[in-house]
Write a protein that binds this ligand. Structure first.
Ligand code: IDC
Length: 459
């Protein structure tokens, strides 16, 4: 069920002026608009998007309040603000990155609620005490009926509940490919190869794997930063999202690269802040390190990105090579019980289909209702990146990810001499990326999965 109700208020401020008393200082102009959308509803529960638009003077620090109807509605969990409930009044206070709202600026909040009986809309929306009441508006016209590019249709992404949501605040799944290490395979990321990825594969995203060690970033920070930026632009020009992957692997403790991460992300976030196609992945595969140490790293790197690019989605790697801890004998509860203290973030999960099977899939199935997950890397083969492709395990995985609307990127869009690579060795020395003769077994399977039509919701 879906309902869109927009409540508009122009809260004319009373400026008391009498000739006898003389002019009073003008109160700040105030006004606000709230678009309330039930994005999904199930037995006893619902998820709602709340878009707040400031129609008055700029505010620094704000609290949105509204009343839940008298039908047993309760706030369960909210995001993109500090949420609380007292009696039937719900409050959502702006958080570090959306505290300031310029005139006309909006911010998207959301929450999960429970209800008994019927589920009428909340009422009496106020922003800093000023009522946002008023007329019902139609949903915004759909500028793109779904024939556009992934970025054209979905726009700026954000996390809503456990989902990745588009500009219509609707959950989406992105399906695409990861580069191999750009220090080794830059010849594969030329215009022709990326045209093929966007047009033939209909890939929604390009993950840019920038290794930090192994002759990567640490050897030439400026050069790698610029190479990543140009790949962001090449993805943008083709309407694809770009996942900027700070590809830490060995050593496994991301804190080893903390200073490099801060320098790198400050630079790429400032340079790409205005773009809608950028997602940041701050640590590829932490390993041999505790969740507490990863969380500490994340809580130092995320604010650096937010300072420059406040609204982008950020993905945090997890323990045990981004296995949510499973490959280290743990599981998702260490994250669920001790999440990263930040909003608009997701957690990375990686798998290699020939190595990681039922117990890993069970973990993802469980975790998906509690944590926003993004499969930023997976292989159809063994965790070495080689060996025989496991078609049935890959199919089981991709069916599960489709069902849960979990986005994914496959390792690798390259011609590496290993079975995980999508192209046969030597392909990137030529000019043909689109003929079927250039694909590996893994490439053919991935292309067939990724190139099926997306059905991104647009209202
Ligand atoms: C592999 C590459 C391989 C390279 C190796 C070490 O395929 O050519 O020699 O890294 O850099 C991961 C990592 C990813 C690995 C991949 C396959 O994120 O860097 O790539 N893998 O081993 N995690 C699990 C598997």
């Amino acid at each position: 069920m879906k309902r869109i109700v927009a409540l508009l208020a122009t809260c004319a401020t009373a400026v008391g002026l009498t000739t006898l008393l003389g002019p009073q200082p003008a109160a700040a102009a105030a006004g606000c608009k709230v678009d309330y959308t039930v994005t999904s509803q199930w037995q006893g529960g619902f998820q709602a998007g709340v878009k707040v638009t400031n129609l008055g003077d700029p505010v620094t620090g704000w609290t949105l309040k509204f009343s839940l109807p008298d039908s047993g509605q309760k706030l369960v969990q909210g995001w993109n603000a500090a949420w609380s409930q007292s009696g039937s009044t719900v409050s959502a206070a702006g958080t570090d990155w959306n505290r300031t709202l310029a005139t006309g600026a909006s911010t998207d909040l959301g929450f999960v609620g429970s209800f008994t009986g019927s589920n009428p809309k909340p009422s009496a929306f106020t922003l800093n005490g000023v009522a946002c009441t008023g007329s019902v508006e139609e949903p915004p016209p759909n500028p793109d009926p779904g024939t556009g590019t992934p970025v054209g249709v979905n726009g700026q992404l954000h996390v809503c509940g456990v989902n990745l949501c588009n500009q219509y605040n609707r959950p989406i799944q992105l399906r695409g490919m990861s580069t191999h290490g750009i220090q080794w395979f830059s010849k594969c990321y030329n215009n022709a190869a990326l045209d093929t990825l966007a047009k033939d594969w209909k890939s929604d995203l390009l993950r840019i794997a920038m290794y930090v060690q192994e002759n990567g970033y640490e050897t030439d920070p400026a050069g790698f930063t610029s190479r990543v930026n140009s790949l962001v632009d090449m993805a943008e020009a083709r309407g694809m999202y770009a996942l900027i992957d700070f590809h830490t692997l060995t050593p496994g403790d991301p804190n080893y690269n903390l200073d490099r991460a801060k320098t790198f992300f400050a630079s790429v976030a400032a340079r790409n802040a205005a773009k809608k196609n950028v997602v940041y992945e701050i640590a590829n595969e932490p390993n041999g390190v505790s969740w507490t140490a990863i969380k500490s790293y994340a809580e130092q790197v995320i604010p650096v990105i937010r300072a420059a690019d406040p609204d982008a989605v950020i993905i945090v790697g997890t323990r045990g090579w981004s296995s949510l801890g499973v490959s280290d004998g743990s599981n998702e509860t260490e994250v669920v019980n001790n999440p990263v203290n930040a909003t608009n973030i997701m957690y990375a999960f990686h798998f290699y289909a020939a190595s990681h099977k039922d117990n890993y899939r069970a973990t993802v199935s469980r975790a998906a209702s509690k944590l926003p997950l993004f499969v930023t890397e997976f292989g159809t083969v063994s965790a070495t990146g080689g060996g025989t492709m496991d078609r049935s395990s890959t199919t089981a995985w991709l069916d599960l990810l489709d069902q849960l609307k979990i986005s994914y990127a496959n390792w690798t869009y390259s011609d590496a001499d290993e079975s995980s690579a999508a192209f046969k060795p030597g392909t990137c020395d030529g000019t043909d990326y689109s003929g079927s003769g250039v694909l590996s077994e893994s490439g053919a399977l991935l292309k067939s999965r990724i190139s099926t039509a997306d059905s991104f919701p647009t209202s």
